[in-house]
Design a protein around this ligand. Sequence first.
Ligand code: HAM
Length: 421
Amino acid sequence: MIRKVKGTRDILPPETTLWNDVERTALRIFGGFGYSEIRLPLLEPTELFVRTVGEGTDIVSKEMYTFADRKGRSLTLRPEGTASVARAFIENGLGQRPQPLRLSYFGPMFRYEKAQRGRYRQFSQIGIELLGAATPAADVEVIVALHTFLAELGFDDLIIALNNLGDPEDRERFIAGLKTELTPHRDELCGDCQRRWEENPLRILDCKVQRCRELVAETTPVADVVSEDAARHVAAVEAGLQEASIPVRRAPRLVRGLDYYLRTVFEVISPELGEDTVICGGGRYDRLISDLGGAAVPGVGFAIGEDRLVDVLPQSFKDRALEQRIVAVLPVGGAAAAQATSLARDLVLSGVTAHTEVTGRSLKACLKWATKMAASVAVILGESERADGVALIRDLDRGEQETVALGDVVARVAELLQARR
Ligand code: HAM
């Protein structure tokens, strides 16, 4: 048997219904805030991620699916969406459109990570990016949009953690100070942090090893060394969020795994999945587009891990999404088959889900099948009913049956389903 690639998933019905509903809700809420969908390639030149996400990051140094195509070009299956949005912004001259530009995206991303619950090698993100606004109000907007979306899904226990990474100059100063503070304990850091010391010292703050955590807890938080401008910016973001009644928690050690961030960074944590499996990550990236050769266009945004989000969806949302209103259309005898399909079409167009029996089962087997399919109502088209221009409608939950003129079937089914809600 051929098995799926490690770290990939088959998402089966009815779970796909949840995914569809989550995506529909995202389109409605983010669309409502003015974000229009952009569809981007899954394949990008490797250099795009090296220059944006950063060479020293885990993503670029060890997690990318990179290969040479038939002409020897180095391509990468995208590990994230923001770099592609920045590339597309420059390449399509999106700076010519009214600014700021609000974009949303969905879709699969690829990272060669250790596969476990909530961590996959192919996973999906839902993201938004607000390009062309450097104000704290822009950061507030994306976090308000995020919060609105999550609240609409029924979440009420998620934690938004926020930090100030300062500007790149501040960060250099911070890293130098961090190293000075940690130097006496350098030997006590774990093997990964020894490597991070050279390649990406900021990530030492993110280490999960107990001793590293203890050492980091003694160091000066990054927010304490940022410029006045950066401090004012993030303070204004916090004030704006407070005004919008969105609770956020300052997380002084929060850093993100991508190099392009500055000033505001944030994550959403679910109590169920814990701090190592965050639901959403985002922040400000004012130099990303200019670093790629574009104009000085600031940006802020986030991406939600859809796999993780669906994993912890509130029961109320799941119940609503999975609520089924199925009608089984059951032709008995070969002659009724075509009639069954056109009746099913009328039912579908009236907004119900109609499953038609197409394997030629006996009436008894048909009814058994309808129950298994969780149908609430069955429409039975038998030979004698056909001759009389009627159908039998059976309420499968109550076991009641009635004869209805063919022309009235759609309306009667609608009534029965309505009564069930
Ligand atoms: P990120 O934190 O690398 O940020 O990813 C965002 C979210 O994607 C994570 O919070 C997580 O929920 C999900 N995710 C990441 N890796 C995996 C995985 N292996 N399996 C399942 N889910 C995963 C970014 O990608 C940025 N582009 C976000 C952003 C947009 N920043 C500004 N705009």
